[in-house]
Ligand binder design. Structure first.
Ligand SMILES: [Zn+2]
Length: 274
């Protein structure tokens, strides 16, 4: 059974589809609304059928299913899987731990250098990649194989979120109307107010004590000889847009582009960052 699941989660070229990727069958539609928080004396964005797991860091997060049905999307991420990968330092390809046993540091793979904050702290919206998956990641992305930077990181801190912003409309409960698409909101006292109006789609982490790994660890790999199946088909860039696929509130996951700068809209998707 494991072999079957493994086979259907490969592309036509024989590569594994990273666990971080979103599948069209995982897109869910849930109505959003504004509710009143008596303790704060203010409105906040919520699902009409809220669950405790919808919130993290005072922020409502986009829901996705977890069954990997439909077609996989190279340029969109599954938000709940990504949150877990970022929080627990799990590999974006295989969901395995990226913490090294010998020193507890986490391996991370970038194209070029990660973006930085004004004070020079590296930040990323990509989960880490485990050493076992680095050769395959390099082989699937020419851009990455030429400009890869493999590092280890001592610690991470939640830094920001890519989120859609909503406003309450007339009515009770107040319907939620989307007013900004995929903006970058750093965490902090000056932005805490806006998190009440936000639907989180992709977390950003600040990386502490980034150290380069030897270039010798950047080996490429040849793909496993697998046939594409009906399940493991790819929804390419000519397929319906994310909005068409997803429906009204929140849409799919964010695009997955590690070169994305942390300002402005987040939907220009230049391709998967690996
Ligand atoms: Zn891995």
């Amino acid at each position: 059974m494991t072999a079957l699941i493994d086979a259907v989660h490969r592309t036509r070229g024989g590569w594994r589809i990273p666990d971080q990727n979103l599948w069209t069958g995982e897109v869910e539609e849930h109505a959003l609304a504004f509710a009143f928080d008596p303790a704060a004396g203010a409105l906040f964005l919520t699902y009409e059928n809220p669950r405790p797991a919808d919130w993290e860091r005072g922020l409502l997060w986009l829901r996705h299913g977890q069954d990997r049905s439909g077609a996989y999307k190279w340029r969109a991420i599954n938000t709940p899987r990504t949150r877990r990968m970022m929080n627990e330092h799990l590999c974006m390809v295989c969901s395995g731990s990226c913490r090294q046993k010998k020193d507890g540091r986490t391996t991370w793979l970038f194209v070029d250098d990660p973006p930085t904050t004004p004070d020079g702290t590296p930040i990323t919206n990509l989960p880490p990649t485990c050493p076992d998956c680095v050769p395959e990641s390099l082989a699937t992305c020419p851009r990455l194989s030429e400009r890869a930077r493999l590092v280890t990181v001592a610690k991470t801190r939640p830094f920001a979120v890519t989120a859609d912003l909503y406003e309450p409309a007339e009515g009770f409960p107040a319907p939620a109307v989307k007013v900004r698409h995929e903006i970058h909101i750093p965490y902090g006292p000056e932005t805490a107010y806006w998190l009440r109006f936000a639907l989180g789609k992709q977390p950003w982490l600040a990386l502490d004590d980034v150290r380069d790994q030897p270039k010798g660890r950047l080996r490429r790999q040849t793909p496993a000889p697998r046939e594409e199946t009906a399940v493991g088909r790819h929804e390419d860039a000519n397929s319906p847009t994310e909005k068409e696929v997803t429906g009204k509130e929140g849409g799919t996951g964010s695009t997955n582009d590690q070169q994305q700068k942390p300002q402005g809209d987040h939907a220009d998707g230049k391709g998967k960052g690996k």
